[in-house]
Write a protein that binds this ligand. Structure first.
Ligand SMILES: *Cc1c(COP(=O)(O)O)cnc(C)c1O
Length: 394
């Protein structure tokens, strides 16, 4: 029984699941109950005083959600975690619980779109200012620090172009200036990258992606110290109330069972697809942290244990019509947002622009974001070949 807590399959299969409490059911029940009743006033009083730890009201604590909470904390090597109704709910709660009017945040540029909206539009409405920097260069974070800076925010790798921030260097910088660090770790999952081990304070996930893994539940997670999670619980978790439903927690528990297998598959197949695209004459650029051609490849290897399933490309297209034709020709990739599940997806940036006025757009109009699912790589490669040949005949 020594060191079982560090054993991945122990965490995923057993941690937090006291099966003797529910007739030794192998899969945990869904506690689809709003509240929990007590035998005595004293029992009820004790429970309300420990509302984040004990079943009282499901916005605070729910036994099904609590199993997931324990597993996510263990996977991120954190003392505690909180489970939210979405990734954005987790990120906004983690940030806002540590900010007040007059404070300043230094954040990576080009984070997930709604995180960006939170930083650039929502926070300024309440007197919080934000400076966004190129996070590939930690010196840019340092240069942006002001006397009222409270948080350094990172998303590594970030969305669409997957630039990384050196998380160890960021944590050191934060300690030097006594600032809090928050990292969105959705891309890598807790299996590939553990920012808390590198000195980061709070790790957030869009559990909608790899953790759920089946395109059927929206959820989020924040991980950190017990004291920090209690602070978030008493602030944005309970007041904004963006908590996961027991049913979604159960779906996430089910998704988590196969996370290591799914990540193993993706780590094998995605680099194959990337190599094919890097060598294709119609592809101008590939953005993938775990490609030897990526300028941050060494950093990727030093902070992520293995490759993950998301990358972007730019096509050598003269007009948006060519990008659209290529996407429309693909039969094995769903044209859809999100990522992290069993099925391969594409999201072309040109969706964000109208077909008249797109030259000079912020995200290049010839860029396509890919997510590689669990399919046989050969079927995906065949599909890519026929779609490329249809638009750029060899
Ligand atoms: C999808 C995503 C989010 C938002 O998560 P939701 O669960 O949709 O709220 C946050 N960060 C990253 C990197 C994402 O890809």
């Amino acid at each position: 029984m020594d060191d079982l807590s560090a054993d991945l399959s122990y965490i995923i299969n057993h941690l937090g699941e006291d099966r003797s409490q529910f007739l030794n059911a192998a899969a945990p029940p869904i506690y689809q109950s709003v509240m929990f009743a007590f035998q005595t006033v004293a029992e009820m009083r004790h429970t309300i005083q420990h509302e984040s730890e004990l079943p009282f009201y499901t916005r605070g604590h729910n036994p099904t959600t609590d199993i997931l909470r324990q597993k996510m904390a263990a996977l991120e090597k954190a003392e505690d975690a909180l489970i939210f109704s979405s990734g954005v709910a987790a990120i906004s709660a983690a940030l806002l619980a540590n900010l007040k009017a007059g404070d300043h945040v230094v954040a990576v540029q080009k984070p997930y779109s709604w995180t960006n909206r939170l930083l650039t539009e929502w926070m300024p409405r309440f007197g919080i200012s934000v400076t966004q920097v190129d996070g590939q260069d930690i010196a840019q974070y340092e240069a942006a620090i002001r006397p009222n800076t409270r948080i350094l925010y990172a998303e590594s790798p970030n969305s669409w172009t997957f630039e990384q921030q050196d998380l160890r260097a960021l944590a050191q910088l934060a300690k030097k200036h006594q600032l809090l660090t928050v990292v969105d770790n959705s891309y890598a999952t807790p299996l590939l990258q553990n920012p808390i081990e590198m000195g980061i304070d709070i790790v957030c996930h869009s559990a909608t992606k790899y953790i759920a893994g089946h395109s059927d539940a929206v959820a989020g997670v924040a991980c950190g110290t017990k004291a920090m999670m209690q602070q978030i619980f008493n602030a944005e978790y309970m007041t904004m109330g963006g908590v996961a439903s027991p049913f979604n927690s159960w779906l996430l528990l089910r998704g988590l069972r196969t996370l290591p297998l799914r990540m193993e598959r993706v780590a094998k197949t995605t680099p194959e697809i990337v190599r094919f695209l890097e060598a294709h004459p119609a592809v101008a650029e590939v953005y993938y942290p775990y490609s030897p051609n990526n300028p941050q490849y060494e950093l990727a290897k030093s902070q992520m244990k293995q490759p993950a399933g998301q990358f972007s490309i730019r096509l050598k297209a003269d007009q948006m019509e060519q990008v659209e034709a290529f996407c429309n020709h693909l039969k094995r990739f769903l044209l859809a947002v999100s990522w992290g599940s069993y099925e391969s997806l594409i999201f072309p940036a040109c969706v964000l622009y109208d077909s008249e006025n797109y030259q000079g757009s912020v995200l290049p109009w010839d860029m396509i974001r890919f997510y590689i699912g669990l399919e046989e790589p050969e079927s995906l490669l065949d599909d890519l070949r026929q779609a490329l040949d249809a638009v750029w005949p060899q």
